[in-house]
Design a protein around this ligand. Structure first.
Ligand SMILES: C[S@@+](CC[C@H](N)C(=O)[O-])C[C@H]1O[C@@H](n2cnc3c(N)ncnc32)[C@H](O)[C@@H]1O
Length: 260
């Protein structure tokens, strides 16, 4: 499987995680945007979750240019950014150019970098720098998960999951460092901000779905793992409200015009 053959992201999954994403996003980079949040390119917009969170935090009027390769998600995002005008661009972000960002004053993306390859992240950084826009890449997986209570198999599942995320040349937990390096090569410093999901009994449905996906991917990567018994154990704790998880993410800010 190549990176371009990855299955589409289910709108149901994006909807289930939207509230946890909103709580996790760092507020700090929003303060760095200043008056540059007028024409926003949302790369890998999905159903428009980032716009629903960010648009009310930026001055009006705003225009959002929504980029994604999935036409179904683009159709949802088109009418999903409150108080802003929108336009959609169906494209493969791996071949994004600065000209695609012409007229944009801010590049934003959420939960995107880790599902891209190193060349795609490099091209993206090049396009952002050539366009001269500041960029906020939020909610990139950090490759660190803390489960409470701990289980002896946690580490093995986490390692197998991270290896699965790196399949087909995808960056997974290496994405933030790759993006920082890509900007640094172009003379642009970056800042990072923690944006962890904190999932407990109040987020039981998301925690259960995340667990199934996390363990399922680990098992696909390493069929020798006793994953079924582990998932059964963890799911039982989850349904009793006796499990919590911190899934670490990172928000990344890059500003070619003025440094961080
Ligand atoms: C994990 S989802 C995040 C969606 C949304 N930003 C959010 O936070 O809910 C990743 C999104 O990036 C899009 N995507 C991934 N790789 C892409 C590529 N190479 N070109 C265009 N879109 C891509 C997917 O279709 C999906 O909508």
């Amino acid at each position: 499987m190549s990176a371009t053959d990855l299955p589409p992201f289910a709108p149901e999954w994006l909807a289930l995680r939207e509230d946890a994403d909103a709580r996790a996003r760092s507020r700090e980079p929003v303060g760095l945007i200043g008056d540059r949040g007028r024409v926003i390119a949302d790369l890998g917009c999905g159903s428009g979750s980032l716009g629903r969170w960010l648009a009310p935090r930026l001055p009006s009027p705003q225009h959002w240019v929504l980029f994604d390769r999935d036409p179904r998600l683009l159709a949802m995002a088109e009418h999903g950014v409150p108080g802003a005008t929108t336009e959609t661009r169906r494209c493969d972000l791996a071949s994004l150019r600065a000209t695609d960002l012409a007229g944009c004053t801010l590049v934003a993306a959420s939960a995107l970098l880790d599902v891209l390859t190193r060349p795609a992240v490099d091209a993206l950084a090049g396009a952002v720098v050539d366009a001269g826009c500041p960029a906020l890449f939020s909610l990139t997986v950090a490759g660190r998960v803390e489960l409470d209570p701990a289980d002896p198999l946690d580490g093995a599942v986490a390692r197998a999951f991270d290896a699965h995320q790196r399949r087909a040349g995808l960056l997974g937990p290496d994405a933030v460092e790759a993006a920082r390096a890509a900007f640094a090569e172009r003379g642009v410093a970056t800042r990072t901000f923690p944006s962890p999901w904190r999932l407990g009994p109040d987020e039981g449905e998301l925690l259960a779905a995340w667990l199934r996906g996390w363990v399922g991917a680990a098992q696909e990567q390493d069929p020798a793992l006793p994953a079924a018994a582990y998932l059964e154990r963890r799911s039982a704790q989850c349904s009793r409200g006796a499990l919590s998880a911190v899934v670490h993410h990172t928000d990344l800010w890059a500003d070619p015009a003025g440094g961080p």
